[in-house]
Design a protein around this ligand. Structure first.
Ligand code: NAD
Length: 324
């Protein structure tokens, strides 16, 4: 019997006992510990889950080791004693490579025992989520696309919104785990539905952020104080989420990326990725999205030099001095 078979047998027996931690909580493998994944994993640890974690970056895993997770050196070894796998990766190509592997069949899915629940919270194309779900289903593994909204603040506070696509049964199994990391858990429909709902939301967010930055810039260039103008719009019909909790102009709100050199948060290149996904979906399904197309154009230009800055740095498209 090869190593893989031995490991699978071990995992099947682990499956029967569910967890090592003398509770009814399943053991969790968490893959991808960036701006979002790290605080999400920390909240699971605080809630008493046993976590084995993997990330390409040693810095990312170190933080989780200090919080009580065990560190694995591959997705396979992270999942070797887990009943649930959660991933929070940048884009579809990373999800594809982790679960399906380079040739489509030699990824993590092929190593998991039947009945394992896989929850992918990365924002990726609905078509990619359906592809992985189909491969999982053939192997007896339950797959959910469960992208999130709420940003790094929501990830730290455990108040994310999860937008889930997949079977009702898998959703029911995932719900108590998602409830540790989020406040609102929606079942959007079948595989891929979570991703469709997510990109509709993020297309709107990109439009709102670009529009809010544009309005504040117009006011500032006409002599208004950005905080006074923001307070006025917040109590008027221009009110929106970016004004409430994520103002793009520095020092209007505390503890937001714009007041911290646009560090952390949600990178412009990830917003550009989500807008590209929305535009691709619109094209494939022959739906017109003129506002989304304009926001995509603005973020493409902006992300060329500011891809790693938070997406509220679109403010600099109008006023470069906000970066200094
Ligand atoms: P991030 O770049 O900060 O983190 C991604 C992590 O994945 C990194 O630590 C990276 O090293 C790791 N990684 C990449 N490839 C890997 C692989 N093959 N195996 C293991 N680890 C790998 O990104 P983020 O901001 O945490 O975003 C993650 C996902 O969540 C993205 O799809 C993003 O669109 C989505 N999202 C982000 C936010 C936000 O505010 N940051 C909000 C909602 C949704």
């Amino acid at each position: 019997m090869g190593t893989k078979d031995t490991e699978l047998n071990n995992k099947e027996s682990n499956n029967a006992t569910m967890s090592d931690n003398n509770t009814d909580k399943p053991n969790i493998a968490f893959i991808g510990l960036g701006n979002m994944g790290a605080p999400m994993a920390e909240n699971l640890l605080k809630a008493g889950y046993t976590l084995s974690v993997y990330d390409l970056s040693a810095d990312a895993t170190q933080r989780l080791e200090q919080a009580g997770a065990s560190i694995a050196d591959s997705p396979k070894s992270a999942a070797s004693n887990a009943q649930v796998v959660i991933s929070m990766l940048p884009a579809g190509k990373h999800v594809h490579s982790v679960y399906l592997g380079e040739d489509g069949t030699n990824g993590l899915l092929a190593e998991l025992p039947k009945g394992t629940l896989v929850i992918d919270s990365s924002t990726i194309a609905a078509a990619d989520a359906r592809l992985v779900a189909e491969a999982a289903s053939k192997l007896g593994v339950d797959f959910l696309d469960a992208p999130v909204s709420g940003g790094t603040g929501g990830a730290i506070a455990g108040s994310l919104t999860f937008i889930v696509g997949g079977s009702v049964e898998a959703f029911a199994k995932a719900e108590p785990i998602l409830a540790v990391m989020g406040k609102n858990i929606f079942h959007a429909g079948e595989h891929g539905a979570g991703q469709v709902a997510k990109i509709c939301n993020n297309m709107l967010l990109g439009i709102l952020m670009a529009g809010t930055a544009e309005a504040i810039n117009l006011g500032v260039k006409n002599g208004l104080d950005p905080k006074v103008l923001s307070d006025i719009m917040l109590q008027s019909s221009g009110r929106n989420w970016t004004l409430e909790v994520y103002n793009p102009y520095p020092k209007v709100l505390e503890n937001v990326p714009s007041s911290n050199g646009y560090k952390g948060g949600f990178m412009s290149k990830l917003m550009q990725k989500d807008l590209d996904l929305a535009m691709q979906t619109a094209k494939d399904t022959e739906v017109e999205t003129p506002m989304g197309a304009k926001a995509t154009e603005l973020y493409e230009a902006h992300a060329r030099d500011n891809g790693d800055r938070d997406f509220s740095s679109i403010m600099a498209y109008h006023d470069h001095s906000v970066l200094s």
